[in-house]
Design a protein around this ligand. Structure first.
Ligand code: COA
Length: 288
């Protein structure tokens, strides 16, 4: 039963620090800046205790007309097992349903029972590959057409991302693109941006993604350019259909750690992206 001493409302930008606290409690890496960008994207819902502390939250990301995503369903450990995770998911579903968008999400083991009960089904998996910095083989050609991403590349990167993804992710990518130097690389072909990859460097974990490229060779070249700059553990979440890329990463020493379900609500569509063949890694763990 849901406690009556909780109140709910839409998240505002002022909730970013409280959201980052929930990420911390779950062992996730979302920073205050990440939360600001995500709340600004479409919005979210939160539950607050009597002292005004955010104890549960969920975010939605609308990419009209193709898709809406639910993310960051988080409940303070002190409040788990009382239906709040389910309630947050339902609130987020209602927000996207009001926008008439098909609903998708990436499920963790803890979230999976909730989503299955609410009618989500698995479309495919995201495969998490990882290796320790300095391990593995990175001796292959690193493709001379890959270079650090610069401010002047940003418009082309956002344009490519929107065409491949099928929605404008500019606000979500801002935390990646607003730092100097930018934490990313681009691949250039025929004078144009043919691929890009960003990196989220946290204390102990470096996530590669999003990664968009015209083919597997370019995707691999982007990873090769980024990986040597990353500390600790390096991870990459790759859609399971990118079998050649997964095999290539394994041959470079990356190990398959786990696979998490990519789910849709009452949809039998495949991956909803506009050009899935060119999407090689999501930002899931890199920014969660
Ligand atoms: C996932 C999470 C949000 C769940 O929050 P919660 O408030 O404890 O979940 P709820 O109490 O709403 O549980 C909802 C349903 O799932 C069931 N459930 C929850 N955990 C379960 C488990 N480990 N095994 C089986 N069923 C489970 C509950 O029985 C409940 O079903 P019911 O409504 O039919 O009784 C919470 O564990 C969390 O914040 N985890 C860390 C972050 C995370 O993984 N988020 C999910 C992102 S995809």
């Amino acid at each position: 039963m849901i406690a009556s001493d909780l109140s709910g409302r839409r998240l505002t930008l002022d909730d970013a620090a409280a959201g980052a606290r929930l990420s911390d409690l779950a062992g996730w890496s979302g920073t205050v800046e990440d939360w600001r960008a995500r709340i600004a994207h479409t919005g979210g819902f939160g539950l607050y205790d009597l002292k005004g502390l955010l104890v549960a939250a969920g975010l939605v990301f609308a990419f009209a007309p193709r898709m809406g995503f639910i993310g960051n369903i988080l409940v303070d450990p002190d409040w788990r097992g009382r239906g709040l995770g389910r309630l947050m998911t339902q609130r987020c579903m209602a927000m996207l349903q009001a926008m008439r968008l098909p609903i998708y999400l990436i499920a963790t083991q803890l979230g999976l029972p909730i989503y299955l009960k609410l009618g989500f089904t698995e479309i495919d998996k995201l495969v998490h590959l990882r290796q320790r910095a300095g391990e593995g083989r990175r001796s292959g050609p690193s493709n001379g057409a890959v270079r650090p991403m610069m401010r002047d590349d940003i418009d082309a990167v956002l344009d490519l991302d929107a065409r491949v993804y099928g929605g404008d992710r500019a606000i979500m990518l801002q935390p990646h693109l607003s730092e100097q130097p930018i934490r990313g690389v681009v691949a250039i072909a025929a004078g144009r941006v043919a691929g890009y990859a960003c990196v989220a460097n946290r204390r102990t974990y470096g996530g590669i993604g999003p990664l968009v490229a015209k083919d597997t060779a370019v995707a691999l070249a982007l990873v090769r350019a980024l990986a040597p700059q990353m500390p600790g553990l390096i991870g990459c979440d790759v859609p399971a259909y990118q079998t050649d890329f997964i095999a290539a990463l394994k041959s470079e020493g990356y190990r398959r750690a786990e696979a998490v379900p990519f789910m849709g609500y009452q949809t039998d569509r495949a991956w909803p992206f506009a050009r899935p063949a060119e999407l090689f890694a999501g930002a899931a763990r890199a920014a969660c």
